[in-house]
Design a protein around this ligand. Sequence first.
Ligand SMILES: Nc1ncnc2c1ncn2[C@@H]1O[C@H](COP(=O)(O)OP(=O)(O)OP(=O)(O)O)[C@@H](O)[C@H]1O
Ligand SMILES: [Mg+2]
Length: 223
Amino acid sequence: MVSHISKTFRSGRGQVNAVVDVSLKVPTGCFAAVMGKSGSGKSTLLNCIGGLEIPERGEILCFGTPINRLTAGALSHFQRHHLGFVFQRGNLLSYLTVAENIGLPLTLNGIVGAARTKRIETLLAEIDLETAAKALPHELSGGETQRVSVARAIAHHPKLLLADEPTANLDTTSGAQIAQLMRNMGREHGSTIIMATHDRDLIDSVDVVITIKDGQVQGENQR
Ligand SMILES: Nc1ncnc2c1ncn2[C@@H]1O[C@H](COP(=O)(O)OP(=O)(O)OP(=O)(O)O)[C@@H](O)[C@H]1O
Ligand SMILES: [Mg+2]
């Protein structure tokens, strides 16, 4: 789905080849981890796949859609319907409750009323936070925040879930729980997952590990 993409940044530090001629195919329903040192290009690669960055070369076919060639309007429509994002710090909206945060992608996708309420209840049960529906994000622990972030990212049953270091701020046990949660929810909803991580302890949760170094794929290991 990713074919010969390259992304270069020009900044105060000169030219940085963040992603260099990367080709990848992640099968539908697969949970893939992208691993590599800090600065190896993991975030840039995920951002290109999700249409948050546009590579200057190559093509990205996301379930048959060439997302790097869409107009801005078509891209945001595609992202809203088919993609879910989890970031390192969760990025929950601080003025919305847990339930409202989870409900946001549902509203954006026209899922409203009883169907929305039911879906939020189910997700809250899946992340074991039924009692926190009315809590605000600052009242949650780091692990709880990331559980809500996963629920929000997957609420609209995206085809592809992109997670950039979702466990970076967590201890080993909480990190492993988040990875398992993504795995279970991804399976249940048929989502493909690509997760950037430093954390070798998460390898047991994934189907394939893609190693990158200096913006290039070094290898792929099936688990
Ligand atoms: N917006 C930007 N402008 C300039 N350079 C950038 C930009 N984003 C990333 N880079 C550079 O591109 C390279 C790859 O960065 P990237 O963030 O993809 O690495 P990473 O593997 O995600 O690192 P980390 O593990 O620290 O998150 C780095 O050298 C970084 O400095
Ligand atoms: Mg990164």
